[in-house]
Design a protein around this ligand. Sequence first.
Ligand code: ZN
Ligand code: ZN
Length: 270
Amino acid sequence: MIPQNLHMHSTWDDGKSTVEEMILASRAAGLASVGVSVHCPMPFENDWECPMERLPAYRAEVRALAAKYKGSIDVYLGIEWDVSAQTLDLSAYDYVIGSVHELPVDGHRSVDANAETMARYLAECFDGDADAAAEMYFAEFDKVAAQPEADIVGHFDLLTKFDEQRGFFNENSPRYRHAAGRAMEKLVKAGKIFEVNTGAISRGYRTTPYPSAQWLCLLRELDGRVTVSADAHHKSGVTCAFDLAERMVREAGFTEIWILEGKEFVPVSI
Ligand SMILES: [Zn+2]
Ligand SMILES: [Zn+2]
């Protein structure tokens, strides 16, 4: 069984449950430890970040709850950093998830919003050339590779979030494969751990986690490291589809996942 989930949101950002509700749901689901990974402040208006001025209070609440539940579940203080984030001190957190949520074209175009916006951006900004969007998206991961504080690569192929509904991207096109493969190699070389993220399943967008099976297999070939996370935005999703994620990780050839223990990541057999 997967013993830990390091990717969850709360009412400090765009999550729907409080940190305490998320911790209690995680404990009830049998997890031995959890991490709260608040969305970092962004330099543009959005409805999902935790503003800079609220981060100290966020950290204080997570630390207080960690003390309150010590002995029954370990609680880590994390942050989901975005490559376009405002400048902030990441050393204040136990661990950092490094994510790409936007395409840096005509300002910032979210790949995380909905199928309609994805269709519009591909038409407006890329003349319908989905491979060009994929090339731009995966190139953004150079910034995660170069971020020394980033431990985990967030939802590697998030841009395919709506592909079960609309089929925007062809993961087997040579340009897509080259862009994603190059990004993955760079991230592995930089020592980053990839999360197998079930968040789009709990929210009804997908039936499988990110990264998809073919990228998990490449990650295995590259001798990369994986963890499993829920990207939960509600207490009902704290271990959503963990059995499926674990099965996919095993089928890709992995025999262990990496979890945070104290100050470092350690492997556990699966
Ligand atoms: Zn994210
Ligand atoms: Zn997230």
